[in-house]
Design a protein around this ligand. Sequence first.
Ligand SMILES: *Cc1c(COP(=O)(O)O)cnc(C)c1O
Length: 383
Amino acid sequence: MRNKASDLRTLCVHAGELKDTQHGGAISPLFASTSYAFNDVDIKQYPRYFNTPNQRGLCEKIAALEGAESALIFGSGMAAISTALLSHLKSGDHVIFQDDIYGGTRNFIKTEFEKYGIQYSFAKGLDASDFEAEITPQTKGIYVETPSNPTLKIIDLKAISELAKSSSLWTMIDNTFASPVNQNPIAHGIDFVIHSATKYLGGHSDICAGVVVASESIIAQVFESAKNLGGSLSDYTVWLLERSIKTLYVRVQAQNENAHLLSNFLQEQDWIEHVYYPGLENHVGHQIAKRQMHGFGGMLSFNLAQGIDTKQFLLGLSLIKPTMSLAGIESTALSPRLTSHALLSESERQAQGITEQLVRFSSGIEAIEDLKSDLLQSISKIR
Ligand SMILES: *Cc1c(COP(=O)(O)O)cnc(C)c1O
């Protein structure tokens, strides 16, 4: 089991790389074929069977980063999430979800599960006991997302996995916000780890992809549904994603550092009411995060002081981009209320702490002084 950061640096660069045996080139060649000669493996290689050379190489790399046996790469984070869930559920089954999961996931279960007769409920809090309270005889699994979007709530992974094991349930985590650099849930007993590779794994806001990481036997079952649902990723994008992950470790370290420095800086500003960052000692989940994460991540959020117009503040930024994307090497900021969480009802938003004053910030790798002065120049224009 990997848990030394120094190993991860090397794995990012080299795990799963393909050799260029024809020309001796330095990087993994791209094999774009959709058709291959039958080989001694009795399954034919085909992109929708998730087994072309580039797909297999990339899966090996991502599995290595999570300290897992196996992985499957998909055409989006939602393809990974929907396929993983549907592969392990049938009509009549029940799943327990953390309340503040990613909006697309929430929308998926709300609109699709009913059609298949799959039941679900949301835990009323973040403790293992809140999940335990929702268990029914039909419950098959628990689904969490930590740190969560946008207020970076933290769930104790060990407590959740122990609860699940004692009740014979599987556990699934959306590990997108942490990235494999900051958190490896399999080491804490979680069964399925999912990433929207559109975020940190891709890291440059130019790739849409997703991944499921788990044991060989779980991945074999996910594959049985995946080949029917057909959410595979093109080999061109697979190749580009493999290239992107080579710099994952250094990118995420720089993003962690910027997020931590910014959260300290913002806490001292009189135009800020509250900062949410798991690395801050006053964050509710700080002690758990310290135990289960290698780094606190590149995402933070904050409440602007009352009376400051959030929209004007975002529009006044010049270096920091006010966009939906996150986890790229460029810093971005948005109002969850107006964008990512606009589809929730007002009461759902209230329950998750998503107020008018809330700004979600995704730290890029720019110089910290440039980020600070951009924030300050915007605030000075509207005060
Ligand atoms: C973006 C995101 C997803 C969905 O990923 P797509 O690649 O857009 O399908 C899922 N979970 C989290 C936490 C995300 O940020």
